[in-house]
Design a binder for this molecule. Structure first.
Ligand code: UDP
Length: 240
């Protein structure tokens, strides 16, 4: 019963969140809608919702097995997952291993430059402001999170990076960079939430450096659907 969709609570660019009969759970529906550059570029990536739902579930299950607490409860349908109810912190946590995108531009690094150590960045989740880059001082000054929350975000993000990078390397994929969001449960714990997918990560083929992520959409490289399918195929060897 609890899996039946209740009221729609929130519609974002790529997902819709619904209430369920269980006050501790939400249902997340993954859409095919794609946006880039703070919503300026819009499109549809057909089959994306289903792939991102499955890919995210796959990563959340892997992370749970490795001791990371996530909001993931279970897959409900090809495009829907049941998650723990959390209040999302207004901070996007980005981890980078290789220079790309905004970091390459900001620091004048060639895309593909391996960083000497992972870089952790915070962005203020605010569409009107275009999600500006912030640091711990801004977070404290704006009261976006406590020092205890910040310690969890940094520790968990770096652990997640180590787990995912190692796992993806066995699938001949490089984890270039990715974005995480965390949420507070009704019990007050801060846990990993949102999604982990080709929409929110840069994945490059380890051998050819081919981009297998949303950059194919952002940069009009073609083969967008095929890239998302390829990620799923590498994670599962084609099995469901
Ligand atoms: N990212 C994201 N949502 C955002 C901004 C970035 O998921 O609103 C991800 C993006 O897919 C990449 C990483 O965070 O894996 C770093 O993105 P970057 O700052 O380079 O920005 P971009 O070049 O994508 O605008």
């Amino acid at each position: 019963m609890e899996k039946v969709r209740g009221d729609q609570l929130y519609e974002g660019k790529a997902k819709i969140v619904y209430a369920t009969a269980n006050p501790e759970h939400y249902l997340v529906y993954y859409k095919d809608d794609a946006t880039a550059f703070n919503g300026v570029k819009k499109g549809i990536i057909s089959g994306k919702g289903e792939l991102n739902n499955r890919i995210s579930a796959h990563f959340f299950e892997l992370l749970e097995r490795r001791g990371i607490q996530t909001h993931f409860v279970e897959l409900v349908s090809p495009r829907e997952m049941l998650v723990r109810k959390v209040t999302i912190l207004p901070i996007e946590v980005v981890v980078r291993n290789i220079a790309a995108g905004s970091l390459a531009k900001r620091l004048g690094l060639a895309e593909g430059t391996t960083l000497k150590q992972p870089v952790l960045e915070y962005y203020y989740k605010d569409d009107d402001l275009g999600d500006p880059l912030i640091n711990e001082y801004h977070i404290r000054a704006l009261d976006l999170a406590t020092d205890a929350d910040l310690a969890i975000l940094a520790e968990q993000a770096l652990k997640i990076n180590a787990i995912l990078s190692e796992y993806l390397a066995t699938r001949r994929l490089k984890l270039v960079d990715f974005k995480l969001e965390f949420g507070r449960t009704t019990q007050g714990e801060v846990i990993l939430a949102d999604e982990i997918s080709p929409d929110t990560c840069r994945f490059w083929d380890s051998d050819t450096q081919e981009k297998l992520d949303k950059d194919r959409f952002r940069r009009d490289l073609g083969g967008v659907e095929e890239a998302y399918q390829e990620i799923w195929r590498r994670l599962t060897g084609g099995a469901e």
